[in-house]
Each structure stands twice: as C-alpha cells, then as structure tokens.
Design a protein around this ligand. Structure first.
Ligand code: HEM
Length: 134
C-alpha cells in the first residue's frame, strides 16, 4: 500500500498491493492452476501432486516475488521439480499461463517483468529435459 512514513516520505506501492494484495494473488493462483490443470499436455505432471498444498506455496511465492510479504515456506524449487522431467516447451507453456493470468488481473508491464525475471531465473532449477532454447 502507498503509505506516508513518519518522516514525511512516501513508500511506493508494491506490485503486490497495486494488484490487490492477498485476495488478488489467491485469485491469480486459482486461475493459473485452472489453466495448467486443464492443459492436457501439463496435467500428467500433476498426477501425484498435492495440488492444494502446491497452490498454497505458489500463493506465498508469487506474493513474495511481487513485493508482498516474504513468507514462502515451500521446498526449494529445484527439489520440488526434481525427477519430473519437465521440458523446455512445457516450461514455456506454464510461463505463458502465468503471464496471461497476470495480464487478466490487470498487472502492468513492470509487475509482469518482475514476475518474468524471477521465473526466468529459476528455469534451470525446473527444466530437466528437452533442448534448451535460451
Ligand atoms: C515457471 C516457474 C515455476 C515456478 C515458480 C513453480 C513453482 C512451484 C512451487 C512454489 C511449487 C510448490 C513447492 C512445494 O510445495 O514445496 C511447485 C510444485 C510443482 N510444480 Fe512448479 N513451478 C514452476 C514451473 C513448473 C512447470 C513448468 C511444471 C510442469 C510442467 C511444474 C510442475 C510442478 C509440479 C508437478 C509440482 C508438484 C510437485 C510435488 O508435489 O511433488 N512447475 N512449483
């Protein structure tokens, strides 16, 4: 939230606040998993996943990435995705779903760039197979 500090300066609103805080992030993650889990190329990855728990962690992670509370308590991303054999193409599809949800919720270019930068940074932890495109 934009706020006046005691010394008279103003703290700029985070992407997290401008999007609408916790309820908006929960909505984004719900819509994101709706897209991912209805994408028949991606559903097989989630057969053994505890989706509600994964969603809860994804909310915390996205909040943190967008400048909200830093309270991610899930597994290290390398550990969480190890052995899933995620391909480059599937990684790109998941990122596409994430970006389209953020756009739908009214995220501006800066917020999308911030999320995209983080997501690009963790790509090596997530993708295990397939030709690398970057
Ligand atoms: C694009 C960046 C990605 C981020 C930031 C991300 C983030 C996360 C997070 C936070 C979790 C929960 C970890 C936990 O609960 O401890 C998770 C789990 C999971 N993710 Fe991702 N993920 C990404 C990409 C992908 C992709 C591309 C796929 C598959 C195509 C995928 C499939 C999964 C699966 C199957 C789980 C559950 C694993 C399990 O419960 O054993 N993720 N991810």
């Amino acid at each position: 939230m934009t706020g006046d500090k005691l010394d008279g300066t103003t703290v700029p609103a985070s992407h997290y606040d401008r999007l609408g805080g916790a309820p908006a992030i929960r909505e984004a993650v719900d819509r994101f998993y709706d897209l991912v889990l209805s994408d028949e190329e991606l559903t097989p990855y989630f057969t053994d996943a505890a989706v509600p728990e994964v969603k809860r962690h994804q909310v915390l992670l996205l909040s943190q990435v967008l400048g909200g509370p830093a309270s991610y308590e899930g597994r290290d991303l390398g550990e969480a995705h190890r052995g899933l054999g995620i391909t480059d193409a599937h990684y790109d599809k998941v990122v596409g779903h994430l970006v389209s949800v953020l756009v739908e919720l009214g995220a501006d270019d800066d917020a999308i760039a911030a999320a995209a930068a983080v997501v690009a940074g963790v790509k090596p932890d997530i993708v295990e197979s397939g030709a690398s495109s970057s």
